[in-house]
Write a protein that binds this ligand. Sequence first.
Ligand code: NAD
Ligand code: HSO
Ligand code: ZN
Length: 432
Amino acid sequence: MLRIVTQRTEAESEIKRICDRIYDDQMIHKEATVTEIIQTVRRKGDTALLRYTSEFDGQDFTSAELRVSGSELDAAYQQVKGGLLKAIEMAHQRIEEFHKMRVPKSWVHFGDKDIVLGKRYTPVDAAGIYIPGGKAAYPSTVLMNAVPAKVAGVKKIVMVTPPGQERTINPAILVAAQVAGVEEIYRVGGAQAIAALAYGTETIPKVDVITGPGNIYVTLAKKQVFGRVGIDSIAGPSEVLIIADASANPTYVAADMLAQAEHDQMAASILLTNDSRLANRVSEEVNRMLENHPRRLMTEKAIAHYGLIVVVDNLNTAAELSNQFAPEHLELEIEEPWQLIDQIRHAGAIFIGHSTPEAVGDYLAGPNHTLPTCGGARYSSALGVETFLKHSSLIQYSPEALKEVSGAIALLTEAEGLPSHGDSVRLRLQDI
Ligand SMILES: NC(=O)c1ccc[n+]([C@@H]2O[C@H](COP(=O)([O-])OP(=O)(O)OC[C@H]3O[C@@H](n4cnc5c(N)ncnc54)[C@H](O)[C@@H]3O)[C@@H](O)[C@H]2O)c1
Ligand SMILES: N[C@H](CO)Cc1c[nH]c[nH+]1
Ligand SMILES: [Zn+2]
């Protein structure tokens, strides 16, 4: 079931196919479905939201019921056991500590002739956070999205998440939201939720930036509304790429591969190893673990379509192939992981050594688990405080400094044929 490839060319083409899986020809109709959903929500607002929620989530309600009420928020605390509440609080604390470590700071530079230059950071006014809810409930994702928004100083945080059975939202999600200080929550998911946040409806306010992971519909929708609003990244179906050598434990590697595959039938799990014995043992372990897996059907599909083992000649080749894939998560299950790090150029998060399963980062190590997928790590990074900030450039020139650069500006304005630009400097010089 889990294919083992030994030829480099075949490995490269498989890696490309898996990386591009959301852009593949078979997905084109999903792109069109998403466009239609977005345009309909834009034109019809709540009516469209409620219709799509009935169609895709099988839940019917009115506009007034879209927002989670205060009493539901209170009730959620009664349903979450003490141990889980403590785990949520612990994760919150560790994620917050990490995100506070490197908050971009405004700065000014005082140069010659009283020139002042700098950058001033300000948060967006309103952020929309998407918490997936189709195939699993993600209280951890609530923390990963809400905490950096809070640390950035965003005043208005609007959370959306699909309704489960009986229109309810998983209580752990509602508790995590409250622990993180988010109280404006709407039960709507999929592309329709992204459209509502991007354009606003009668009930759901328009925001400036939308963050959070999701399935193919959510991811394509975020891609389509980008520009109208900011987004974090293409945080789509999960992926892990593991580089392992003979020192790796095949049971750990197999478990880590399944830990991604169980997210979604489009999740990707790739192993690159220089040890063919390990390759065979991992493949056997994956099959064995799948037999009793509670999410077997979906996990098996992911492994069959987007699972892969490549036997490479050496770890340098593994690093090259990994860079071609640019994984969301990279695990280095090798004897000398720090020696390979310099060769890794594109990866959302790197998990180093045998005792660092990716799950530690999923829940509470501190760094964000909302990460670019499908090649996005070539040009983008983990969700962070900076996702919710923009910066304005600061420029101040003294009369003396203006005089000094006026000649160069005059030549440039002439070259561009823009006389008023030239006048705006020349007229000031007359008064100096
Ligand atoms: N990259 C990351 O950082 C990260 C983190 C956590 C989870 N994930 C990923 O998030 C995703 C979560 O997916 P999920 O499905 O569990 O939840 P989801 O909330 O992303 O998607 C569920 C929604 O999809 C919509 N939908 C379902 N079928 C549809 C159809 N046929 N047409 C139109 N819309 C449809 C429904 O509206 C439903 O509410 C997984 O792919 C998981 O791997 C990624
Ligand atoms: N692995 C996911 C990101 O792709 C994050 C997550 C949340 N809960 C469990 N896992
Ligand atoms: Zn996970």
